[in-house]
Design a binder for this molecule. Structure first.
Ligand SMILES: C[S@@+](CC[C@H](N)C(=O)[O-])C[C@H]1O[C@@H](n2cnc3c(N)ncnc32)[C@H](O)[C@@H]1O
Length: 411
């Protein structure tokens, strides 16, 4: 894949852009195998590796996380770029790089940025200014003017959009409400528009307060057979096609094991739990974000209402908001399920939950990891749970990142 931003030195996010795609995938599989081999010892040879799930090379990203710079009249949506020092009297500054035509975005997402930029102008949303005041040299001393920090856009498989504006205060909300009818006309595929208020000048992307401005509150992500409803402040995998393949693989392995009960820890909007639900199976999803749990509940209700088969499959499904480790540690021995799915953030499940899984009565663990380094560390704490199957899923082409799914069986 070629990218004119990369060629011009404006953006280096795609660190593997110059590596042929088949080589990227082969290198990733070699990377994860090399990390696991020292942990597993001779048992590594017994792991059955299924062929990697490849992605399309471009146009796969279902979300744009844009930093907003520039001015009200000419907002720039993209990333911060360091301007050459010679350009600046102050010696250091951030200027925006327009990435609205980034080739990782599908055309529908790229096309949305035009009307969204115009919304910023119409609603007089001053981009938040990270430029240092004259004579100062670090972002810490930034002038801290302006209102709009980030624009976050997620696209569903049906081409609908969930748009979030991360702002510094509630001050622009009334103006956004006023211009919403215009935006709905200019962007007919807009499903949800919401404002996230992040008053602090810090690296955290978003704040706690979310104000949804549209009547619709969720973006339906229609995957094979299961529609996941996405509310703002809920995680969804970056690459919808590969996410669908991930859930398909999980269902295949779970159905082989056919557990009567399972937990989906770090369940997000319930992707694994809802796909793996079956009549007579008790499924519990645990997730720290209350908004994500609310999303999972919407999907569960919709599937249950759609058909008698759906109602049967959903009868044993429940979701709760909470910390995954605390939930596991508090469980009575009789409540421990036959299979536990874990899909933690990059930091992994950590030693405490890994040690709990090791000592628990769970016969199987299905571990979906976006960071094989922490997966390998976690496995060190679970010597009785051995990977029997594994599969690399290339969720993030053009970068070193990938997802790996592995089925662990108690020895
Ligand atoms: C990689 S995402 C996986 C989401 C989901 N399994 C999916 O398929 O989309 C990790 C999730 O863990 C959640 N999370 C982070 N820390 C957590 C914790 N301590 N306990 C439970 N969930 C947590 C995040 O909010 C996020 O939804």
């Amino acid at each position: 894949m070629r990218c004119h931003h990369y060629d011009a030195g404006r953006c280096h996010s795609c660190t593997l852009l110059e590596v042929a795609y088949p080589t990227q995938v082969a290198d990733k599989e070699r990377h994860v195998r090399e990390l696991l081999e020292p942990v597993l010892g001779p048992a590594a040879a017994a792991v059955e590796w299924l062929p990697p799930v490849e992605s399309v090379e471009g146009g796969f990203r279902n979300k744009g996380k844009m930093v907003v710079t520039g001015t009200v009249e000419a907002p720039v949506l993209g990333i911060l770029g360091a301007q050459p020092m010679a350009d600046m009297e102050s010696g250091f500054a951030h200027a925006g790089v327009d990435l609205t035509d980034c080739p990782l975005y599908p055309p529908i997402l790229q096309a949305a940025f035009g009307p969204l930029g115009e919304l910023i102008t119409r609603a007089r949303l001053q981009p938040y200014d990270l430029t240092p005041a004259r004579g100062r040299v670090t972002p810490r001393d930034a002038a801290r003017r302006g209102e709009l920090k980030h624009l976050l856009v997620t696209m569903s498989p049906d081409g609908e959009l969930l748009v979030r504006l991360v702002v510094r205060s509630q001050e622009p909300v009334a103006r956004l409400r006023k211009h919403l009818p215009w935006l709905q006309e200019a962007l007919p595929n807009l499903a949800v528009l919401s404002v996230n208020v992040q008053p602090e000048h810090k690296a955290v992307l978003e704040g706690d307060l979310e104000i949804v401005l549209t009547e619709r509150q969720t973006l339906p992500m229609r995957l094979d057979g299961v529609t996941l409803h996405l509310r703002p402040q809920s995680f969804f995998q970056t690459n919808t096609e590969v996410a669908a393949a991930l859930y398909r693989q999980a269902v295949a392995w779970v159905d082989e094991v056919a557990p009567a009960s399972l937990w989906d820890l770090y369940c997000g909007v319930g992707g694994f739990a809802l796909h793996c639900a079956a009549p007579g199976r008790q499924v519990t999803g645990i997730e720290i974000s209350a908004e994500a749990v609310a999303s999972a509940e919407v999907s569960r209700g919709e599937i249950a209402a759609a058909s008698p088969a759906g109602a049967d499959a959903m009868a044993g499904v429940r979701f709760a908001a909470g910390d995954a480790t605390a939930f596991a540690l508090a469980a009575a021995p009789d409540d421990v399920p036959e299979l536990v799915i874990v899909n933690p953030p990059r930091r992994g499940v950590g030693p405490e939950l890994a040690a709990w899984l090791e000592a628990s009565g769970a016969r199987h663990v299905l571990y979906s990891s976006c960071n094989a380094v922490t997966l390998a560390k976690d496995l060190e704490h679970m010597p009785s749970l051995r990977p029997v199957r594994a599969r690399l899923l290339d969720m993030f082409p053009q970068t070193r990142h990938y997802e790996v799914l592995t089925l662990l069986e108690r020895v």
